[in-house]
Design a protein around this ligand. Sequence first.
Ligand code: ADP
Ligand code: MG
Length: 267
Amino acid sequence: MAKIFCIANQKGGVGKTTTTVNLAAGLAKIGQRVLMVDLDPQGNATMGSGVDKRALKLSVYDVLLESASVQEAAVLADKCGFQVLGANRELAGAEVELVELERRERRLKTALAAVDADYDFVLIDCPPSLSMLTLNGLCSAHGVIVPMQCEYFALEGLTDLVNTIKQVHANLNRDLQIIGLLRMMFDPRITLQQQVSEQLKGHFGDKVFNTVIPRNVRLAEAPSYGLPGVVFDPAAKGSQAFVEFAQEMVERVVHMDAAATESSAKS
Ligand code: ADP
Ligand code: MG
């Protein structure tokens, strides 16, 4: 059974897409079967995996409107070792078109159920908003990975996201939980970042991932070559951190499964 994770934060530029493509590549590197779903009409995760968004015959848009299955629309990112359900500008229209349709927030969930046995991980790159697209992501997922920068307003910005996740959990998806907060673009020389990092650990405890992703220029350069940093320059500090993060995610999934077995044994 595939474990499905949304990479979400309504703030733009915090590293959602970088996290999605590099975690996908890191997981593929350690032998996991991965599907990456791009839910952002900008299509950055698609391009960043080496798939040309302008050349897509079918995309996540067709899947949301139920004119194609995931199996039909997914393509292999051959240099990266994972499958991509891509997005392009067409997806922006889905927001409006979905409003008219029934089960509008569950379309992705239904579609992913059909490929459940084909993957170990499904990673969903969400747009920087709490829109119908993001809602489709959150309805499908077992958990949310929240990339964030350790800046002054970081904790404040989290409140809205945490509340949305609580609401989705209460009304639409009882499985949903925050898996963890990922400290992104971290620079240990900056005292403020260290302070915010400590605050985060104080507030969220073990919901803060052990792995920290450093600020690393190779991660920022990689998309212009149509590759995740992990593939573009495996030796770079940022790439190594993402492979470490992939290992941490595999361990977390084992813990999630153990916790689920325990709670079903009790009930
Ligand atoms: P989002 O998807 O949340 O909008 P992106 O992943 O596109 O954020 O990242 C925003 C910008 O920051 C991009 O230019 C990206 O290359 C850069 N970036 C992301 N992570 C890092 C990092 N660890 N080190 C350096 N630059 C980074
Ligand atoms: Mg993005």
